[in-house]
Design a protein around this ligand. Structure first.
Ligand code: SF4
Length: 430
């Protein structure tokens, strides 16, 4: 076993930084036009991991390991370096699958059943393999699923690391959000004061929230430009900003990166030059998660079938209002909405609402088909299959269901997934 976070830092320095530079020096055809955008977003992610590594060595600071259901602004207010652990597997699935297999195997050998979501098995495996950052604490919630409710108590035992559990509301209304916000006030803030040994400063929180509001507006603008036909950027550039927001909302580096993407997308729309390298023939709503190990998939779909993934169910439901900075209560309420609305925490309530949100995105982005992935180990999305099929039949929406594991390419290898997609676009959608 190496030192904590060692392999992560190796990948940041040995792969991500050179890749970001490569995009600038040798833009890959036919995506030359977007090279600086890809480069910026890769560098922004690398910066995020570097900040975590720096905080590990700083006795005045802490690393905040948090789960879906939360956003980073409260951690920035206490000068912590946040890392959303649910995104951590995708860091390795994109760069080194051997590490993913190793961590999944480590978790299973320690007794975690193989039908637990691979995200949670990966995180437990990373802890067992000593890769999670030290000088850290955890904040988690009861959303979105059983997998996370199982994984975090195990992590707590394994690492003997401070951990705060919050209770996410099951309902979806303002009172439920206030219930969650009250916990942020009465539990999260005192917990952070105790761990960091710093008093809470409302102005620091406001600063982080104001910064995240700017980034949020850019994010919403980027998403909005994808309602235009043809879409102004490749589908990959539609999903990357969302992940970056969850990781870095409240940090000026994220705001700057999203501004670059937003200015480019809005400029193309304004000047009527949204046509990309391939003709857009189909507009796809991707329900649940795409494979994180196949970064070429969206480009391949665009090139071979003119199928552009213009939106996905998990990132299209973000509330369209910035956080109100008037008082501590309004800020915490906004943070609660964002945490619970912007991530898989959406899966915490009844399937009917998830379907309503998805159909709204389908119409809003003028889609003509859906791809619904059935991530094995995710009871929420697999259990929703029958209802989704029923609704799609009723509305005459062409839909492809794909069973796979979004972190583990051994469950459905990329070429077999592509065969299913090819058959769909060359038969149903022809
Ligand atoms: S994919 Fe499903 S099981 Fe896995 S973390 Fe998300 S909601 Fe939970």
């Amino acid at each position: 076993m190496g030192k904590p976070f060692e392999r992560t830092v190796e990948i940041v320095n040995g792969l991500m930084r050179p890749m970001a530079q490569f995009w600038l020096d040798n833009p890959m055809p036919p995506f030359e036009d977007y090279a600086r955008l890809y480069s910026a977003i890769i560098n922004n992610n690398a910066d995020n991991y570097e900040r975590v590594a720096a905080a590990m060595c700083d006795p005045q600071r802490k690393v905040a390991l948090f789960e879906f259901g939360l956003v980073p602004q409260p951690f920035y207010a206490f000068d912590c370096a946040p890392l959303c652990l649910e995104f951590y597997p995708s860091f390795f699935t994109r760069t080194n699958m051997n590490v993913v297999y190793e961590f999944l195997d480590a978790a299973e050998q320690a007794g975690l059943p193989s039908d637990v979501c691979s995200t949670d098995r990966f995180i437990v495996g990373a802890a067992l393999s000593d890769e999670l950052p030290d000088n850290a604490f955890f904040v988690t919630s009861s959303s979105p699923c059983d997998g996370t409710r199982i994984a975090y108590p195990i992590l707590h035992k394994l690492l003997d690391c401070p951990m705060l559990y919050l209770e996410a509301p099951f309902r979806y209304d303002r009172e439920a959000i206030r219930y969650y916000a009250r916990q942020l006030k009465s539990e999260l803030i005192p917990f952070l004061e105790q761990i960091t040994k710093k008093p809470f400063d409302i102005d620091r929180l406001r600063e982080a929230v104001i910064e995240s509001n700017k980034a949020y507006e850019y994010l919403v603008d980027i998403h909005d430009t994808f309602t235009v036909k043809p879409a102004p950027h490749p589908g990959l550039l539609r999903i990357m900003p969302y992940g970056s927001f969850i990781q870095g909302a409240g940090h000026p580096g994220l705001t700057e990166t999203l501004k670059l993407l937003r200015d480019d997308a809005v400029g193309r729309v304004r000047e009527g030059r949204t046509q990309g390298p391939f003709e857009e023939k189909h507009r796809v709503l991707w329900v649940h998660v795409p494979p994180t190990y196949d970064m070429e998939l969206f480009n391949w779909m665009e090139e071979h079938f003119g199928a552009m993934v213009v939106t996905n169910s998990l990132s299209s439901t973000a509330i369209l209002e910035p956080i109100d900075t008037t008082s501590l209560d309004t800020m915490l309420e906004g943070i609660a909405w964002q945490g619970l609305d912007m991530t898989m925490s959406l899966m915490r309530f009844d399937t009917e609402k998830l379907i309503d949100f998805s159909l709204h995105a389908y119409d809003h982005y003028q889609c003509d088909c859906m791809i619904v992935t059935q991530h094995v180990g995710c009871n929420s999305i697999c259990g929703a299959r029958g209802l989704i099929r029923k609704v799609c039949r009723k509305r005459d929406i062409p839909v492809l269901f794909i069973e796979f594991d979004y972190n583990d390419d051994r469950v459905l290898p990329p070429e077999l997934m592509r065969t299913q997609i090819e058959e769909f676009f060359t038969t149903v959608m022809e």
